[in-house]
Design a protein around this ligand. Structure first.
Ligand SMILES: C[S@@+](CC[C@H](N)C(=O)[O-])C[C@H]1O[C@@H](n2cnc3c(N)ncnc32)[C@H](O)[C@@H]1O
Length: 326
């Protein structure tokens, strides 16, 4: 009974129907019933159903190790009539989970996105943040992305989500769209448009003047597309730190003021590689890359050992080491 009630409340809350929305924009009834505690419910099934009920299949989160190391299988594909709809793939399942963790306690009221494609991250961000107004832009650069824009707006309308996608291009249209759609500064920006250092620098420079002083900027594909120098320059321009999120599939980057956003600082910690883990992982990578050489080396050492016994009657001292020889 309780779970049925919760499910109804949640459904009403995330579609902004039925459940009263409190003054902070959150789902007041849900908070009240659970004694002020926020309900944690994954959004994935609902997000996938937005596509599947409208004839679009989803493939998300496949493991590249089982697919000839093809990196893109981990991201989200949109499939219709046996064909992939676009090269503008959606963020990965792990990244959806990251967003759920990020917005667990940090609750922005205005979210701006560059790069909508078929709306996967836009709809996901809206479901995770029912308290927020979400606006995305897309220039129509990628294959079928304008159809994706119409699709996302249709879903938003039918599911009563507080989100809009606008056909517009960064950097030129950014300030105009934000002024028109929000009428004030934005709290959170997700930058996932054209992945070059130059363009990402332009994207940030275009968003920053229309963002609140304590805004949080999340960049997709930073490690995957080697965008770190651009993010470092953006961070330096506003004198703020930025962090790579090594445990997100694309290697996201996030730029914000930890003193003003302690909840964000806490939420990102599990998605960063620890200093202790880095050298251990580096050794694993070395072993994986040089496994033939290491195998050959072990075999060579063994033969030399046997030869020494034969020639000098010596027993070789066996050493066990997990440090690869370079
Ligand atoms: C990787 S896809 C975005 C994926 C989306 N964030 C998701 O998770 O589903 C990149 C999108 O950015 C759009 N784009 C590229 N350059 C742009 C620009 N300068 N301004 C706005 N959109 C742009 C492309 O048309 C494409 O649809």
């Amino acid at each position: 009974m309780k779970s049925v009630l919760l499910s109804r409340l949640w459904s009403a809350a995330i579609t902004n129907q039925g459940a009263p929305v409190d003054s902070r924009g959150g789902c007041g009834t849900v908070r009240e019933i659970l004694g002020g505690r926020r309900v944690h419910m994954p959004i994935l099934n609902r997000l996938v159903s937005y596509y599947e009920t409208r004839g679009i299949g989803i493939s998300a989160g496949l493991n590249p190790l089982r697919h000839a190391n093809a990196p893109y299988v981990a991201f989200t594909w949109f499939i219709r009539d046996g064909e992939s709809l676009t090269g503008g793939l959606g963020i990965s399942l792990q990244e959806i989970y990251f967003l759920e963790c990020l917005f667990d306690r940090y609750r922005p009221k205005s979210i701006f996105i560059i790069g909508n494609s078929w709306g996967w991250s836009t709809l996901g961000l809206s479901l995770i943040n029912p308290q927020a107004r979400v606006v995305a832009i897309d220039s129509g650069h990628d294959q079928n992305s304008l159809e994706g824009l119409d699709f996302t707006n249709r879903v938003a309308h039918e599911e009563k989500l507080n989100l809009t996608v606008v056909k517009a291009s960064s950097p030129h249209d950014v300030s105009g769209v934000i002024a028109k759609e929000f009428g004030g500064p934005i709290d959170f920006a997700f930058i996932d448009g054209y992945h070059t250092e130059h363009q990402v620098g332009l994207d940030f420079a275009a968003v920053r003047p229309s963002a609140a002083a304590d805004a949080v900027y999340l960049f997709h594909d930073v490690l995957e597309f080697k965008l770190a120098p651009a993010i470092a320059r953006a961070a330096a321009s506003v004198d703020l730190p930025w962090f790579t999120l090594e445990s997100t599939t694309s290697g996201m980057g996030i730029l914000f003021d930890p003193a003003r956003q302690p909840d964000v600082a806490q939420a990102i910690t599990p998605f960063r590689a620890s200093d202790a883990a880095k050298p251990i992982m580096d050794r694993e990578v070395y072993k994986a890359k040089h496994r033939h050489r290491l195998k050959w080396r072990r075999s060579f050492d063994k033969r030399v050992g046997r030869l020494k016994i034969l020639l000098m009657g010596k027993t070789p001292v066996r050493t066990v080491s997990n440090t690869p020889r370079r």
